[in-house]
Design a protein around this ligand. Structure first.
Ligand SMILES: Nc1ncnc2c1ncn2[C@@H]1O[C@H](COP(=O)(O)OP(=O)(O)OP(=O)(O)O)[C@@H](O)[C@H]1O
Ligand SMILES: Nc1nc2c(ncn2[C@@H]2O[C@@H]3COP(=O)(O)O[C@H]3[C@H]2O)c(=O)[nH]1
Ligand SMILES: Nc1nc2c(ncn2[C@@H]2O[C@@H]3COP(=O)(O)O[C@H]3[C@H]2O)c(=O)[nH]1
Length: 745
């Protein structure tokens, strides 16, 4: 502001921009302007209050939507279960179609988020299983079928385009290409029929095919396409029909051949490594189990002659065992210009332990000799976990005083499980003395009813009835016997007790301890998800159960909230041992079984699996408890498997509900390599208990059951089934089954 030239004495003039004002007038205006500003401020504050009220309302509405969502999920899953219960494929009836309509109607109406990637709906997860793998399969030769180079390329390209198949090892793909055989179909012929069981995979070589579902065209497929790939993992029903439009030529692979291919590679590599490691002198006192775990985690490396494998003074993270060839060890000596040769190491010798056992850096050079060296390697973590405590490793080479040694670790003994004397109380019990009170649940093979003996409702039991015909049709006889034998053998407070068994012409029965708190799955569904405190308790209960089983060399293979039952006091017990298997220490098994969202990569790829599969499942279980859904979930199992094979690191675990510490534990449990999973090391389950996430957890209180459960279910009397969903009576009475497989059940 400045006074314009020629401003008179009558009053000071002030120029602002191009306008000229009287200074007195401005003075007069100031209070008015101040008043206006205050008014605006007030308006602003009012608007802010309105915004705040709206924001609060939005939060409230969001909460309401969440509650409605949970309610909706609940209704939907109950409805789905009912629909499933009455729409058995073997007994199509009026009732079933009506309830299916209702189900579809409900699905249409329910405004559910359709998450393609996560399929976030809360319905129970179904278990799947292939028939038990024949262990001698790997001995039989795989039959190759001649084909042109062009045909082989077409199959290879199709495999590479398929998300699942391209995860196979190169040798497996080569074998798969060789083993496929040709099949032709004329125009109009059906190649795949919707709803039928499938056991083969196809690659289209020539011609066009039409895909349809329920009579509706879904699309056309042509040369270079894979179809029906889920069927090579286990018996599943075809999801669509496929008809040849033109004459077609197809390449076909049977499930049994696929199993042989995948199983063989894993078995051969594992067996070769075990064989070699067993002969390594420092490992001579190790158990088969530890050798097997080492074989799982060891990598193989090759160094051409003359190359340094280790340089003195460098930091080191790897331990080596010489598989073939020789190495020179050299060392710098005071006053000598060149490193001096100390010794030569040969096949079966080891090196690189010093930098992992207290020494900061490598204490010598190790150089590959001609014509080259093959070494097996262990990273620092696996080394310390599996063999870090071996005395034989603490070798004095005579070049310096030995440094501090690791104190040998001791595995804490778990408390002995409460022994429940298997009394003869049930020896005289007859099936007809059992009276049905209500249905507790429906499973893949039948139902579980709450029953009492001779109408005495002060003491109740769960009676699991399994349809014999269904067991035979799905070739699950071995699994059912294993379930019975394993449950009879287990005596643990963390596992549902099996008192006795019965059989008749239609069913085999198991009389079980009843857990009236309901399924953990139901509690999770109703609450949406659990906080750390609650989840930790439920994980700890399962960990106690798994430790008990693993000590008895049993792998459980079906961990999920659906199989965890709550007792009246809110503690958990594992139920459903349909997939449990006794597995000698260091051995593996190959049958595909489990629940798609919970199966580990080695099960999917048929590499052979063991107890470590349960640790993988434990990681998934922790996630599901905290997120309200399993981390790997998709619209169909094949997509779920593809996600699992991409690994836990490819997954963006949302940390809104699951914190950093829990995520860290999940990542340690869900390592692709079974030998690297927390729990698989020499510290066993204790390594999991020691994780930060369990810091301060009262394990003793848990074992003595003095720790209060986070949720205590309401159970008013031994016949109270209010914690279970309602199930209509079973309409599907199975036919008699007299093949005799159940002899001795
Ligand atoms: N001991 C029990 N006490 C209370 N409820 C039980 C008991 N055993 C089973 N149930 C209920 O019955 C349901 C089915 O039981 P279970 O999982 O053993 O059957 P299944 O036929 O093997 O099932 P799946 O098809 O899942 O393998 C359970 O999820 C649970 O709700
Ligand atoms: N369900 C379904 N299957 C398809 C589609 N297109 C191709 N297919 C293949 O058709 C096959 C039918 O049998 P499967 O369910 O075993 O596997 C299916 C797929 O591989 C489609 O759009 N939907
Ligand atoms: N320091 C030392 N290391 C040796 C000798 N002979 C073989 N080695 C191996 O050479 C390795 C060099 O790396 P590390 O120090 O990790 O571990 C060492 C031993 O495993 C020896 O005489 N002295």
């Amino acid at each position: 502001m400045q006074a314009p030239p020629g401003a008179g004495t009558s009053g000071l003039k002030v120029q602002v921009g191009s306008r000229v004002y009287d200074a007195q007038e401005i003075q007069r205006l100031i209070p008015q302007l101040e008043e206006a500003i205050e008014k605006k401020d007030k308006q602003l504050r009012q608007s802010q209050n309105v915004i705040e009220t709206h924001t609060k309302r939005i939060t409230e509405l969001e909460r309401e939507v969440n509650n409605l969502q949970t309610e909706c999920d609940k209704l939907r899953s109950v409805l789905q279960q009912k629909a499933e219960a009455v729409t058995s494929p073997s007994a199509p009836n009026q009732k079933s179609s009506r309830s299916e309509d209702l189900h579809t109607e409900m699905e249409k109406k329910a405004v559910l988020p359709t998450l393609e990637n996560h399929g976030e709906t809360r319905s129970k997860k179904l278990a799947v299983s292939a028939e038990p793998a024949k262990l001698d399969q790997h001995k039989t030769t795989l039959q190759h079928h001649a084909k042109s180079a062009g045909s082989k390329q077409l199959i290879r390209d199709a495999v590479q385009k398929n998300d699942f198949l391209r995860q196979l090892a190169k040798e497996q793909v080569i074998e798969l290409v060789e083993c496929m055989f040709e099949m032709r179909a004329r125009a109009g012929q059906w190649v795949i029929q919707e709803g039928e069981p499938g056991d083969r995979l196809f690659v289209v070589a020539e011609g066009q095919l039409q895909v349809s579902r329920e009579g509706q065209a879904l699309g056309k497929i042509g040369p270079g396409t894979v179809m029906g790939e889920l069927a090579i993992l286990y018996n599943c029903t075809r999801t669509a029909s496929v008809q040849a439009i033109t004459d077609v030529s197809l390449w076909v692979l049977d499930r049994s051949v696929f199993q042989m291919i995948t199983m063989r590679l894993g078995m051969e590599r594992h067996a070769q490594l075990m064989n070699f490691l067993n002969k390594v002198s420092i490992f001579e006192n190790l158990t088969e189990d530890r050798i097997s775990k080492m074989a799982d985690v060891m990598d193989q490396d090759y160094y051409a002659g003359g190359n340094h494998i280790i340089r003195e003074g460098e930091k080191g993270d790897t331990f080596f065992v010489i598989n073939s060839g020789q190495v020179r060890v050299t060392q710098f000596i005071d006053g000598e210009p060149e490193p001096r040769e100390i010794r030569v190491l040969k096949q079966g010798d080891f090196f690189g332990e010093k930098a992992l056992l207290g020494e900061e850096v490598r204490t010598a050079n190790v150089i590959a000799m001609n014509p080259g060296v093959e070494v097996l390697t262990l990273d620092r973590e696996s080394f310390l976990k599996l063999i870090g405590d071996l005395e034989a490793l603490k070798r004095d080479y005579g070049d310096s005083q030995r440094r501090a040694t690791l104190s040998s670790r001791t595995v804490q003994e778990p408390p002995s499980p409460t022994s429940v004397a298997q009394t003869n109380e049930f020896a005289q019990l007859q099936l007809r003395q059992l009276k049905r009170i209500a249905t507790l649940g429906v499973g893949g093979f039948g139902r579980v009813e709450l029953v009492c003996i001779n109408n005495d409702k002060t003491k109740t039991f769960a009676l699991k009835a399994l349809k014999k015909k269904h067991i035979v049709d799905t070739r699950q006889q071995e699994h059912i016997f294993a379930e019975r034998n394993i449950m009879l053998e287990t005596r643990s407070d963390w596992i549902v007790k099996l008192y006795t068994t019965f059989r008749d012409s239609k069913y085999v029965y198991m009389l079980l301890e009843a857990c009236l708190g309901g399924e953990l799955w139901t509690t999770l569904r109703d609450r949406g998800h659990f906080d750390d405190y609650t989840a930790r308790f439920y994980v700890a209960c399962v960990l106690e159960g798994l430790e008990y089983l693993h000590r008895k060399n049993i792998v459980y293979r079906d961990l999920k909230p659906e199989n965890c039952l709550l007792t009246q006091s809110g503690y958990l017990k594992l139920v459903d041992f349909g997939f449990a298997k006794k597995l000698a220490s260091g051995r593996k098994t190959w049958t595909f079984c489990g629940t798609p969202e919970y199966v580990s990569p080695e099960i999917i790829l048929n590499k052979g699996h063991d107890q470590a599969a349960d640790y993988w499942a434990l990681g998934i279980y922790i996630c599901e408890l905290m997120l309200g859904r399993p981390p790997f979930q998709a619209s169909d199992p094949m997509k779920t498997y593809t996600l699992i094979l991409k690994g836990i690191d490819a997954l963006d675990i949302p940390n809104r509900r699951i914190g950093k510490t829990a995520t860290a534990l999940v990542k340690k449990l869900c390592r692709d390599n079974p030998g690297e999973r927390l729990g698989s090391g020499s510290g066993g389950v204790n390594d999991i208990r020691k994780h930060r996430w369990f810091m301060g957890f009262d394990w003793e209180g848990l074992r003595s059951r003095s720790l209060k459960a986070p949720i205590v279910p309401k159970v008013s009397n031994p016949a109270d089934v209010s914690n279970f969903d309602n199930y209509p009576p079973d309409q599907d009475i199975p036919p008699d089954e007299f093949s005799g497989w159940d002899e001795g059940f």
